[in-house]
Write a protein that binds this ligand. Structure first.
Ligand SMILES: Nc1nc2c(c(=O)[nH]1)N[C@H]1C(S)=C(S)[C@@H](COP(=O)(O)OP(=O)(O)OC[C@H]3O[C@@H](n4cnc5c(=O)[nH]c(N)nc54)[C@H](O)[C@@H]3O)O[C@H]1N2
Ligand SMILES: Nc1nc2c(c(=O)[nH]1)N[C@H]1C(S)=C(S)[C@@H](COP(=O)(O)OP(=O)(O)OC[C@H]3O[C@@H](n4cnc5c(=O)[nH]c(N)nc54)[C@H](O)[C@@H]3O)O[C@H]1N2
Ligand code: SF4
Ligand SMILES: [Mo]
Length: 733
């Protein structure tokens, strides 16, 4: 056991704050400040600070569990558990074919694990049916970024650029709660004279910091962005030279925006014309400006078009690829960026390559030592995959997600999961989904294993092992190695993360997300490297001979032979499209999938609170966080509450076409009167996702987490506290 502090990164969100870990006698770690990492400079939120609590043996799983004859999960040996999984998957494949086996991953997995999971699905299982929870996260922004810029990297610039910009519009991000240490960049922006505009139907802690807060009706960000672009054009603020030289497709986008008159946009969004004009003025006057989106505008059934409209606004005003300017998406999960680059996505191969591209298939097949024709094609998206469980998909291997709590229309998803022939879950705790499994495998955690993550800036980071894991747990990489062997693939699934990373470098080489020039040693020395980072850039510059003489990336003798510096800022000279120009997308406003009506007259939107993380599987097990955020609630405007007859803390039933959830009212005028808000961190009666609408974006396949129609019912708790009786319904607005 080391006794010195190990510099590493937080297990939770995409900020990937730096922290130091020192081992403690009880086998966990103590977190201390690590000031050298520029993203957080030592600051941590409560979740990061308390993350060691989940390492404790009485909180986590330390033995595999298998379902016995009575249907109870009981401890078992690793051999028995792994044998059962291999047998379950083999049986499904024999009876129903390889595509009847599904794989579901997570954006919390390190690059090495995400890469190996994608390879495991295609090479060992031969299934096309793999996707992951990132589909529920930033997939709309990714799709829009690829359409416009030819490349998706959440932020095309480091966070350190934000304070120096002239104006930042934050669209649907509550980063004061979801990435607290990043708030510093925005307060510094204001101190430097820049303007912060926040667009959120709620006056959040983030909105409270804004110079201007716009509170649109949920699901109308597309109209809002079009209205702003209309005004940019009408007021003669288009950067004509930039549009001519660096973009394509302006005329169609221009025509679409011209159809969105400010008064029409005011009617759709509830944002007044003077506020629209003020926003345009604040955004256009400074030399530099940015738009950053998060889940608010993205988790919509038109999320891709919505982000496209915000990108159009940036392009028309000449922002992307200019200093301290442009469009960025604030990715969410710990490895939300890297997790979407290396092949756990239904349509994707490592290096952000496309699974249906013959050249990409040939490249990756060669690295994997398989026939390109043996690689399956693209599969279903996350919700579609979950929806097919028990019918087309009979067995599922699930790693690093808890869809019973986090998937839309969760009661249906739960029922689909229960109808599987076989479910295996790898997790650190017995999550609500793991509790339904036939076999549960307990895995090592962040402080106990080494691996890389890529944060929201596209900065690849080294998370270091600081302590020895307890007896009884194994890493996800060891699990895939063991399962591959049991399913007849002896080679190609190493358990050493650095060995996996070396292979990932080769598999990603030449792809959009090129990691070929990144090594563990560099990551340790340089505090992270931004992709793309090709290996042979200098050799190319020196001419073809140098390229030929350069050692191959897999040559062990080669240690960073040609140090490409990495790419903190993208698009400065050209965009990643074939002609180097960014593309405008012609988009028009359309309604949310489920508009309120007489029966369901209120809008529900969902999101997060500072003290809980995602499905809560980890953070609900941390006493300090539970004390701060003990359970679900329904945020309600006083006017709506009065009509319902609900007082602060009264239980309120929220009912949608998918189901019903009950939680105490939290009455506040910080929310629009036509909208209620629920955080989604809890299972059971207060599960927000019992209500949400799985209407999917046609391009990104993102569900509409941020807007659906509900009605509210006041409820009276029975004396025993069990069950609830309806009292009154709010039936009109
Ligand atoms: N504490 C905490 N931090 C987290 C996480 C967590 O679970 N808990 N999760 C991490 C992950 S994976 C992610 S993806 C990020 C998410 O980070 P954020 O995107 O900041 O989180 P959300 O709360 O989902 O949504 C942000 C805001 O969108 C608003 N919103 C709702 N509907 C609309 C709409 O139609 N338009 C607009 N413009 N805004 C709308 C909500 O009111 C909310 O304040 O956070 C990361 N950090
Ligand atoms: N209504 C509503 N629903 C939402 C959202 C919303 O805004 N509103 N947001 C969506 C978004 S953005 C996201 S990202 C999803 C997230 O929702 P989930 O996919 O459920 O994410 P987590 O709760 O983080 O689940 C991760 C699980 O993996 C485990 N785990 C952590 N690390 C590892 C590891 O290294 N290996 C393994 N095997 N397991 C690990 C954790 O213990 C936990 O049980 O929720 C989505 N659902
Ligand atoms: S902001 Fe995110 S990365 Fe930083 S400490 Fe909190 S959860 Fe961890
Ligand atoms: Mo997310």
């Amino acid at each position: 056991m080391q006794n010195t502090a190990t510099p590493t990164h937080c297990p939770y969100c995409a900020l990937q704050c730096g922290m130091n870990l020192t081992p403690t006698p009880d086998g966990t770690v103590e977190v201390s400040e690590r000031a050298d990492f520029p993203v957080n400079r030592g600051a941590l939120c409560g979740k990061g600070r308390t993350a060691p609590a989940v390492l404790a043996r009485n909180v986590r799983l330390t033995s595999p569990l298998v379902r016995d004859a009575d249907g109870t999960l009981v401890p078992a040996s690793w051999d028995e558990a792994l044998d059962r999984i291999a047998a379950g998957l083999r049986r499904t494949r024999a009876e129903h074919g390889p595509d009847a086996v599904g794989v579901f991953g997570g954006g919390g997995l390190t690059n090495e694990k995400a890469y190996t999971l994608g390879k495991f699905a295609r090479v060992v299982l031969g299934t096309s049916q793999i996707d992951y929870n990132g589909r529920f996260c930033m997939s709309s922004a990714a799709a829009a970024g690829i359409k416009a810029f030819g490349l998706d990297r959440g932020l095309p610039f480091p966070l350190e650029d934000i304070p120096k910009s002239g104006c930042v519009i934050l669209v649907g991000s509550n980063l004061a709660e979801t990435m607290p240490p990043s708030l510093r960049f925005f307060t510094e922006l204001k101190e430097n004279g820049g303007t912060l505009i926040v667009i959120d139907p709620r006056r959040t802690r983030t909105a409270e910091q804004a110079d201007l807060h716009l509170a649109p009706r949920p699901g109308t960000d597309l109209a809002l962005a079009l209205g702003l672009l209309h005004l940019v054009i009408a007021e003669g603020r288009v950067d004509e030279e930039y549009v001519r030289e660096r973009t394509a497709g302006w005329e169609d986008a221009r025509a679409a925006a011209m159809a969105h008159w400010p008064e029409y946009v005011e009617r759709i969004t509830g944002v007044s014309v003077p506020q629209l004009r003020e926003t345009v003025r604040l955004f256009c006057e400074p030399e530099s400006a940015m738009v950053l989106t998060a889940r608010g505008p993205e988790q919509q059934s038109k999320g891709t078009d919505t982000v496209g409209a915000w990108i159009n606004l940036c392009l028309a005003t000449g922002r992307p690829g200019r200093p301290l300017s442009g469009y960025g998406c604030l990715t969410g999960q710990g490895n939300g960026q890297g997790g979407r680059e290396h092949g756990q996505k239904a349509d994707q191969l490592p290096g952000y390559r496309k699974l249906d591209d013959p050249a990409a298939r040939a490249h990756v097949a060669e690295v994997w030592g398989v026939d390109p024709d043996s690689l399956p094609g693209p599969g279903r998206s996350a919700y579609e995959l979950l929806d097919a469980l028990g019918t087309d998909i009979r067995s599922l291997l699930l790693m690093a997600s808890n869809p019973v709590v986090s998937a839309p229309r969760a009661a249906h998803v739960e029922e689909r999961i229960r109808s599987l022939d076989f479910l295996a879950v790898c997790d650190v705790v017995l999550s609500e989904t793991a509790a339904l499994a036939d076999v549960v495998l307990p895995v090592t955690q962040w402080a106990e294993e080494t691996g890389t993550t890529t944060n929201l800036e596209g900065r690849v980071l080294l998370r270091r092992r600081a302590i020895t894991p307890p007896e009884g747990v194994r890493s996800d990489l060891e699990i895939m190695h063991e399962l591959a062997a049991r399913l007849g693939v002896e080679k190609g699934f190493p358990t050493d993360p650095e060995e996996v990373f070396e292979e990932l470098r080769r598999a990603s080489a030449g792809g959009p997300a090129d990691y070929a020039g990144i090594t563990y040693r560099r990551l340790a020395e340089e505090n992270g490297v931004f992709w793309p980072c090709p290996a042979v850039e200098e050799a190319v510059e020196e001419g073809e001979d140098a390229l030929l003489d350069a050692p191959l990336p897999d040559d062990p003798a080669r240690e960073t032979p040609t140090a490409h510096p990495g790419t903190p800022r993208l698009f400065l000279d050209r965009f990643a499209t074939p002609d180097g120009r960014a593309r405008f997308v012609p988009v028009s406003h359309r309604a949310i999938a489920e508009e309120p009506d007489d029966e369901y007259p209120v809008l529900l939107t969902t999101g997060r609170v500072v003290a809980q993380y995602q499905s809560g599987a980890q953070t609900r097990r941390v006493a300090e966080l539970n004390a701060a955020a003990p359970g679900p609630f329904v945020e309600i405007h006083p006017r709506l509450a009065a009509r319902l007859g609900a007082a602060e803390g009264d239980p309120v039933a929220v009912v949608s076409r998918r189901g019903r959830a009950v939680a105490p009212a939290r009455i506040t005028n910080a929310i629009r009167p036509d909208t209620v808000f629920m955080p989604f961190h809890w299972p059971g009666e207060g599960r927000a996702n019992s209500l949400t609408n799985p209407a999917l974006d046609p391009t990104s396949r993102m569900p509409e987490f941020k807007a659906c129609a509900v009605r509210l019912e006041a409820v009276e708790r029975e004396a025993a506290g069990e069950g609830s009786v309806e009292r009154e319904t709010v039936s009109s607005r």
